[in-house]
Design a protein around this ligand. Structure first.
Ligand code: B12
Ligand code: SF4
Length: 590
């Protein structure tokens, strides 16, 4: 009898949840469809699936996995508690990929679960970044552990088996710290999300990290301190396997989340494999990737990237001011290479998205405006995204300010790169905030939208597609007041899900306001659509060839003429350095 009972099937419920965070009114940022999938969710799902298939808890225990991204799915802790209790009582809630801005929300999800005795573990960049860089465990992490939440610092590859076993036996420790032992990725279970989870994003796109780590030293960056500076890469076999698994579920769009795919030691083998799949088997594979500003200097990288299916790249431009780049230890960004790099991507038909940081010490509202106008004229960037320089826990900047006792925002919810979190030497908080808002309006002005659409037509992209992208990148920050990377289709808000500490609003206040908001947002969006549509009509009707400064091939003479090189002393110095390098090279080779 005892033996027979021991063989009965048991269920262990594993909920993987990627928390969102709160808007300034205290409501969770959530959409009917979010725009970009959560790769951490895919990474953990892939690892958990592998654990389930290997029966790591024993042959008679089924690991039942559920995955949800709170940016597109409502999380109801009470229902999770019921599900676990009614399903045998054993389970773990894994709050995954929790960034600093998501930590308060993660704890708000954790509290009712812990109160019901359910095991909760939080991992991701906030925990890992703090453990990696700070001399002592910060108060919010201590509070979480005191509350019975387990914290996981480091990467889960090779560690999930033991964690699940500990959770099953109710023996989870308060803190797992693997920061000094980064796992290899070759042969590790690959990221995967079932189609029904992917369907909740607008583009039916999935994601994977082909590698982790970056060799550079940017002071605002958390990645190098969490994932290391050495490239750890997946194999071409693993990438092929995950791509085929997704094609089999009719998912053809991928976001490769490596912060810098150009420095993935295995990029070429991976590209060659994707090229073979695309060119010999004619498989439909389309990829968005992140690269650095010197990617055009890597022999064959751009041509192969394009053949491998990369049709959009995110580039960390950050600034066109060499002083700011130097201050941020981003010396690898040479402004004298930007034009050549952008044009190289356009030549192979790839769209360029660039990240631009506002709030470097030398920035003023006037210099920010001037620099954006220079970019519009001289650089062939399609979509520009703005971020406020933020001391993110895990970065050298944060550590420096922390050790020096400099005031930083205490509310972690604000560390989303669109809020001001520490003082600026010249601008007040309000000025920096205003400069950030204005930056979007300047870059996405009707004149510049028209210019980018004309360029795209000249380069042979679909102008309509380009216009839609420009429209959404402007509409999300302008109408929804969130960053486009956090945006989505149709904002959802639930009255009872307001941030603890903020009052529950009366239904007579909440619902009429929400309804008004929906109507006014749609009207504003319709107006923007109308303006953009008129631009498109103008461009489509015009059959004259188009050319402008940004599209003009790089020539030596431009270094003495263009504003990017002549406006600041630091820019002039960068040109001087380039000239010296060139003449030294000419002497060396003569
Ligand atoms: C892809 C990406 C996104 C995607 C998807 C988010 C995601 N996490 O999947 C999108 C575009 C939506 C995004 C948006 C933002 N992002 Co982002 N993003 C990334 C990026 C480039 C890759 C994430 C990733 O897939 N990493 C690979 C995975 C496998 O690593 P991982 O997340 O660390 O997970 C491993 C471990 O941490 C651990 N783990 C994680 N969770 C758990 C849980 C448990 C229980 C366990 C056991 C283990 C565990 O195991 C995992 C596998 O090894 C990272 C940088 C990076 N290199 O990670 C930035 C990063 C995470 N993003 C960051 C930021 C700030 C943002 C934004 C706020 C920026 C903005 N204004 O738009 C928004 C927030 C929106 C949101 N809803 O997430 C910061 C966070 C820093 C911090 N301290 O908070 C990072 C680190 C980049 C940076 N600038 O430093 N992002
Ligand atoms: S290049 Fe990007 S990933 Fe690398 S250190 Fe700089 S910010 Fe971080």
């Amino acid at each position: 009898m005892t033996g027979a009972r021991a063989m009965e099937k048991e269920t262990f419920h594993l909920f993987l949840i990627k928390p969102s965070h709160y808007d300034d009114d205290g409501y969770v940022i959530q959409w009917a469809r979010s725009s970009i999938p959560a790769n951490t969710l895919a990474a953990l799902y892939g690892l958990a699936l592998d654990c389930a298939q290997r029966h790591v808890l024993g042959e008679h225990i089924e690991i039942r996995i559920a995955a949800a991204d709170e940016t597109n799915t409502r999380i109801k802790p009470a229902e999770i508690v019921d599900q676990i209790r009614n399903g045998g009582g054993r389970g773990l809630i894994a709050l995954v990929g929790v960034q600093t801005n998501q930590f308060p929300r993660a704890m708000d999800i954790a509290r009712p679960l812990r109160a019901a005795g359910i095991a909760v573990c939080i991992g991701g960049f906030h925990v890992s970044g703090c453990i990696a860089m700070l001399p002592e465990v910060p108060p919010e992490l201590r509070e979480a552990m005191d509350f019975g939440v387990t914290l996981f610092a480091g990467e889960a590859e090779g560690r999930l088996d033991d964690l699940l076993r500990a959770a099953y036996r109710n023996e989870l420790r308060p803190l797992y710290n693997f920061m000094n032992d980064l796992p290899g990725l070759a042969g590790a279970a690959v990221p995967y999300l079932p189609r029904e989870v992917i369907r909740r994003t607008s583009g039916t796109r999935t994601s994977f990290d082909a590698g982790r780590g970056c060799p550079f030293l940017c002071s605002f960056c958390t990645i190098i301190n969490v994932q290391g500076r050495k490239s750890r890469s997946r194999t071409a076999d693993d990438v092929e396997h995950l791509v085929r698994t997704n094609l089999a579920q009719d998912v053809h769009n991928f976001f490769i989340t490596d912060d810098n795919l150009a420095r993935n030691q295995n990029w070429e083998a991976i590209f060659d494999r994707l090229i073979r799949m695309r060119e010999e088997e004619k498989l439909r594979i389309y990829i968005v990737a992140q690269v650095d500003t010197m990617s055009h200097k890597i022999r064959g990288f751009i041509t192969k990237a394009s053949r491998a299916g990369i049709n959009r790249v995110f580039i960390g431009l950050e600034s066109i001011n060499p002083d700011a780049l130097k201050e941020a230890r981003k010396g690898q960004n040479q402004i004298t290479e930007y034009r050549a790099m952008l044009q190289a991507w356009h030549r192979v038909g790839t769209l360029t998205y660039a990240g631009y940081i506002l709030g470097f010490p030398g920035d003023t509202p006037a210099s920010i405006e001037r620099d954006i106008r220079i970019i519009q004229r001289e650089l062939s960037i399609d979509l520009l995204e703005f971020f406020i320089l933020t001391p993110l826990p895990g970065s050298a900047d944060h550590k420096k300010l922390h050790l020096a006792g400099v005031e930083m925002a205490r509310d972690l919810n604000k560390y989303d790169l669109v809020h001001v979190t520490t003082g600026h030497p010249v601008m007040s908080d309000d000025e920096l905030r205003a400069a950030y808002r204005k930056a979007w309006d300047i870059y996405y002005s009707p004149e510049h939208v028209e210019r980018v659409v004309r360029r795209s037509k000249a380069w042979g992209y679909d102008p309509r597609n380009m216009l839609t992208k420009l429209l959404t990148f402007h509409a999300v920050p302008r109408i929804e007041e969130v960053h486009p990377l956090e945006g989505g289709l149709f904002r959802r808000k639930y009255r009872r899900e307001r941030r603890p500490g903020m009052p529950l609003e009366s239904p007579f206040v909440f619902y009429p306001r929400y309804a008004r908001e929906i109507v006014s947002k749609h009207l504003r969006f319709a107006r923007m659509v109308w303006q953009h549509w008129r631009i498109l009509r103008r461009v489509e009707r015009d059959s004259n060839p188009y050319m402008d400064v940004a599209m003009t091939p790089v020539q030596d003479a431009e270094f003495g003429e263009m504003q990017m090189y002549t406006t600041t002393p630091a820019a002039k110095f960068a040109v001087e350095k380039l000239r010296r390098r060139k003449s030294a090279h000419a002497v060396g080779s003569s």
